[in-house]
Design a protein around this ligand. Sequence first.
Ligand code: NI
Length: 133
Amino acid sequence: MTVTRFGVSIDEKLLERFDELIGEKGYANRSEAIRDLIRDTLVAEKWEKGKDAVGSLTLVYDHHVRGVDDKLTDLQHEHYTSVIASMHAHLDEHNCMEVIIIKGKTDDIKRIADSLIASRGVKHGKLVMTTGF
Ligand code: NI
């Protein structure tokens, strides 16, 4: 592997904020942080092209909302070839967290995740997807 050095022109304030952030995240230097950013961006770019991917969808929902458990279960059964695992945690008297692993083409993963997130009773949902395997 050949390593190339390159210069970047950047607003001083923006760089200060970047340095603060990477300090908090524990990066040893800017180069390592910038390499990770580039890799993240390249992975995100691949999402658009219908590649094989795997994602973890985290949902938080109020299980007292009528029908929400059934709806989430129905959707997962509907896509049983893509939904390969799930884990449920009871957070408190009202709230549940469900983490769902979805494997397939990027577009299909997004579509399934969106339908789960959009279900009534779901308070928050976030999909993390990677093609880096
Ligand atoms: Ni629960």
